[in-house]
Design a protein around this ligand. Sequence first.
Ligand code: FES
Length: 243
Amino acid sequence: MPNVTFLPANMTVIADQAENLLRAAMRAGVHINSSCGGAGVCNKCRILLEQGQVQGEALPEGGWKACATFPVSDVVVRVPVESEMDRKVLRRPTARKAASWIKAQGEVTSWKLHPAVRKHVISLPQPSLQDSVSDLDRLKREVAQGRLQAISLEVDNQVLFNLPESVRSNDWRVTVSLMEGAKKDVRRLIRVEPGDTTGQHLAVAVDIGTTTVSAQLVDLRNGDVLGEASNYNPQISYGEDII
Ligand code: FES
């Protein structure tokens, strides 16, 4: 079975002669544009043959259609720049310090940050012989009696694992993270931390696109973007569009 090497990535796979070069590239982890998903109609999967022999569909402008071309011998092929994903999409400038920027423009005066998760500091009374309810009931009771009294609480099971330690390690003062859900008066308790941690309230916003996956670290206290990263979504080898 022939070896197929893809340049410039310099990745080699052993290919079946019945396997087209687009499929071989997918297995090699090499991206070749393929808007039609290998159906043979978009002509975006052009590759250049540098060594060896192939059979299949040659393109009039030179090169071969990867989805319709098969290796006959060991081959070295080059993926030209236009057949690669435009890497600039990964470096698109984003609105750094988003909230500050919006405020600075002065165009959106009534813009208000409304994060789905909010932190609240709660001080719990210590247990006694007269007050021996469980830690969770104690917490729920305080939430119901405080300024959050209008809401009812759902509790993530994960919270229960650390609850006894969290409430005791800072003199029964904790920060609870409550997440809004579909129901207006219901909050989900997703985290309990010892002490007051409201000074740090971060979230990661993830945009899963068909070609790229981007993530931003956001300060939920003011909406500032603290960091960002993006990379190709590995599914692009199967087609850039989901139809
Ligand atoms: S022609 Fe569309 S992937 Fe080859």
